[in-house]
Design a binder for this molecule. Structure first.
Ligand code: G4P
Length: 535
């Protein structure tokens, strides 16, 4: 291996996520991106062999049984001299908390929009999450091979709905049956769709000398060439020119038009990410900002997943490396427990396979198998006492009591609930009075998933029932006397979360308001950094 500096290696990394409303084409686009990266042989059919294939299909079986893609997997591939880490976000809105945390681990995002539909509800929500963290976004307007909305309309909708500068990176020529291709405005190339071969073909691009190049009319006809020139003149008048800095700061989105299913426009998107998307960004820790080029390894856990391999009850902690060069066997300090762990069996996710991580760098995502030591929000370092910020827990919006028929199995139930809480699949509260646990989630579907998992993984038929609780708030207070007074007076409404932090369970909005008014020194908080040390 040639000796490359850490800076060069890190600068090549592009860690990104795809966000989309369900059905916009996220899965299709992911497949085509992997095809370019050589990570899969044939898009649409994952043809791994032997063990790898079985491992993968088992993993997928779990997801199929749950009826929804619950996991956010990671796929790494190389293209155009860059190492891409694509972190998949769960599409269903009930898993927004998971999605939020996934977006803490990426440096940029690709927003896929269905050209016939424009911005949809989920696109907007996901976009808001990206904005909270200044995650730069490239936009891919998909399904141009179908009847689509006017591209000018789509551009102005993005600009207005998301309050973002938009600029076309490519411009479509026709649409639906008449869709000829795009003009790549960054590279001055004509990219034509290959209708004859159809399917997953790689189209060639034709280098042009600007829009007046006679080659264009020869290839697409006078009428389309004329319209293209007019459109581009107009859109250039309406939109600011592409500004890589504004994009990387999260203020501008370059817009690519294409058709993922025809593998059209995907290469240009990928080249755009290689050329302009940010390499690993500095990460905020409680005491300082960590730079990706620092020599020592640091990272944080943004997701924990159970059952990726049904033969083991291991969990995998997904760790985003923030700095340094990780080498297999390295000892890392787990800050929450203040213990050292030797990381021998971390894996990297090479699309269809998982591979032991020999080396990994800032921006990479490693999976570390463990038995519950590593939790969401945990920091790993080579010894330095820092804690990364920004991996929050949200106060759950739905709360139910969990009930099992057999009282002898209460211990098992507790274990199951604690596991799910550590995975971030739900939150669990142990009331100060009474013995039944309260489970909190963000979306109703999660109760169904949890009940199914408690049954499948722990053999317990559990039922969720209305708990008469409408809101949960973490309780914080700097004054120990006031806190004790509040605690003594409200035992019936207080509980502990799985980290031992105090939580107020309100029967309704009125109950919460009254508690706030009567106890001005207490803070009732809706989001909390994961694994914040409990005083
Ligand atoms: P998602 O992950 O965002 O939910 O979307 P997914 O990729 O599953 O795509 C949703 C549907 O849209 C699929 O059709 C897919 O084939 C289709 N699609 C994706 N990209 C394009 C495109 O560029 N043009 C057209 N015309 N269709 C596209 P489906 O009927 O639900 O499934 P399938 O049977 O075709 O796989």
């Amino acid at each position: 291996m040639s000796i490359e500096s850490l800076e060069t290696i890190v600068a090549r990394r592009r860690t990104f996520a795809i966000i989309a409303h369900p059905d916009a084409g996220k899965t299709t686009l992911t497949e085509k991106l992997l095809l370019f990266g050589g990570a899969i042989q044939m898009a649409g059919a994952v043809k791994a062999r032997g063990d790898a294939r079985r491992a993968r299909s088992d993993w997928m079986k779990v997801e199929r049984e749950r009826g929804i893609s619950v996991s956010a997997s990671v796929m790494s591939f190389d293209y155009a001299d860059c190492s891409f880490n694509l972190v998949d976000t769960p599409g269903h809105e009930d898993f927004s908390e998971d999605t939020y945390r996934t977006l803490t681990a990426v440096d940029s995002a690709v927003m896929v929009i269905d050209a016939a539909k424009g911005i949809e509800s989920q696109t907007r929500k996901l976009f808001e999450v990206c904005r909270l963290r200044d995650v730069p976004i490239a936009t891919f307007i998909n399904k141009m091979d179908r009847e689509a909305r006017d591209p000018f309309d789509l551009m102005s909708e993005i600009e207005e709905a998301l309050a973002l500068d938009v600029t076309p990176a490519s411009w479509p020529i026709g649409m639906g049956r008449e869709f000829k291709g795009c003009y790549d405005l960054i590279r001055d190339q004509l990219i034509l769709i290959d209708r004859v071969k159809g399917g997953a073909t790689l189209t060639d691009s034709v280098q042009c000398k600007g829009l007046d190049d006679p080659k264009i009319a020869e290839l697409i006809g006078d009428e389309f060439a004329q319209k293209l020139r007019e459109d581009v003149a107009m859109v250039r008048g309406l939109c600011p020119p592409f500004d890589a800095e504004a994009y990387r700061a999260g203020h501008m989105t370059p817009v690519y038009f294409g058709s993922a299913v025809n593998n059209f426009g995907v290469r240009e998107l990928l080249l755009g990410l290689a050329d302009y998307a940010p390499s690993p960004r500095p990460q905020k820790a409680a005491t300082r900002e960590v730079q990706p080029n620092e020599k020592k390894v640091t990272g944080f856990v943004f997701k924990v997943q159970a059952n990726m391999d049904p033969n083991h009850r291991d969990r995998i902690a997904f760790v985003r490396l923030c700095s340094g060069h990780f080498k297999r066997g390295m000892k890392l300090t787990h800050l929450r427990s203040d213990k050292q762990i030797a990381v021998n069996n971390a894996v990297l996710f090479l699309a269809r396979d998982r591979e032991l991580a020999e080396d990994a760098y800032a921006g990479d995502i490693m999976g570390i198998p463990n038995h519950g030591t590593l939790r969401i929000g945990d920091t790993l370092t080579e010894g330095e006492n820092i804690r990364f910020l920004g991996v929050p827990s949200f106060a759950p919006e739905l709360l139910q009591r969990v009930h099992i028929g057999d009282p002898m199995k209460v211990k098992h139930l507790r274990k199951a609930l604690e596991h799910f809480a550590e995975e971030g699949a739900s939150q669990v509260f142990k009331p100060m009075l009474g013995s039944e646990w309260v489970v909190g989630v963000v979306g109703a579907l999660q109760f169904e998933v949890l009940a199914a998992r408690i049954e499948a993984e722990y053999g317990l038929p559990a039922k969720f029932e209305d708990a008469g609780i409408q809101a949960a708030r973490w309780v914080e207070c700097d004054d120990a006397v006031a806190l004790k007074k509040f605690t003594d007076a409200n035992r019936g409404a207080l509980a502990e979360d799985h980290d031992g932090a105090l939580v107020f369970l309100a029967r309704n909005a009125w109950h919460l308001n009254r508690a706030q008014e009567e106890n001005p020194e207490i803070r009732f908080v809706k989001t909390r950094e994961q694994n914040k040390a409990v005083a």
